[in-house]
Write a protein that binds this ligand. Structure first.
Ligand code: ADE
Length: 234
């Protein structure tokens, strides 16, 4: 690996998304900052900082910047669940981010294309290619589909077909969630490697709220297994 990974930051937004990681690191120290608990310890014999950011882009952005500034991690992995946008994806399948964009960045009234951050150089943030390949090859060990694709993020739980079609057509999203593009943007601003790993808890359609409740644990566990395998291979 080109990247030298001495310490890795691992973020999930919700308890379910980090529960298995914490089980795998029974001994760790806890430091709180901005109301977020950062758990420093070893997982799969690797030095890690695991944290629950909370839901949404602001929480994810604050968490990411603290990981970079205060904990000196070398890369960030996000693990969690998402709503599928690609109709080929089934519940439990994995999306490894190649790139991320905020789908709710909307300044179209001033002539900016949907998802474009005004006056910024970048609105689509590239994940680190080595981390992407590591995650993708780790994912191909498991049953179920794993794809590389574009992760769209917004401060909204998407639960209707029209929005799914719009997000696919306008922004070519593979899945949608509420944190990845914020992590990605903060990492890009700091010149920092990241990858987002998401397992599908729902299809972001009219059944999404029920599927999310039923499948979040399963999907969180699938995403966790990829992270576990990645760290084993490092
Ligand atoms: N996370 C999991 N499913 C989601 C959805 N449908 N919309 C936004 N975030 C999600």
């Amino acid at each position: 690996m080109r990247l030298e990974l001495k310490q890795i930051g691992i973020i999930g937004a919700m308890d379910d998304e980090i529960a298995l990681l914490l089980e795998g690191m029974p001994e760790h120290s806890v430091t709180a900052s901005a109301g977020i608990e950062f758990r420093v310890g070893k997982f799969q014999s690797k030095q890690v900082v695991v944290c629950k950011s909370g839901v949404g882009k602001v929480n994810a952005a604050v968490c990411t910047q603290i990981l970079i500034d205060r904990f000196g991690v070398d890369a960030i992995i996000f693990t969690g669940v998402a709503g599928a946008l690609d109709p080929q994806l089934n519940i439990g399948d994995i999306v490894v981010s190649t790139e991320c964009q905020q789908h709710d960045m909307d300044v179209t009234a001033l002539g900016f294309p949907k998802g474009t951050i005004p006056f910024a150089e970048l609105s689509v943030f590239q994940a680190d290619p080595e981390l992407v390949e590591l995650a993708y090859s780790a994912a191909s060990q498991f049953d179920g589909q794993a794809v590389r694709g574009k992760v769209l993020s917004g401060d909204q739980f998407v639960a209707n077909r029209d929005t799914v079609e719009q997000l696919r057509e306008e922004l070519q999203g593979t899945c949608t969630e509420m944190e990845g593009a914020a992590v990605a943007q903060v990492c890009a601003m700091n010149g920092f490697p990241f990858v987002i790993i998401r397992s599908m808890s729902d299809r972001a359609d009219g059944s999404a709220h029920m599927n999310f409740t039923e499948f979040t644990q399963l999907a969180s566990s699938n995403s966790y297994r990829i992270v576990e395998e990645m760290l084993r291979r490092l």
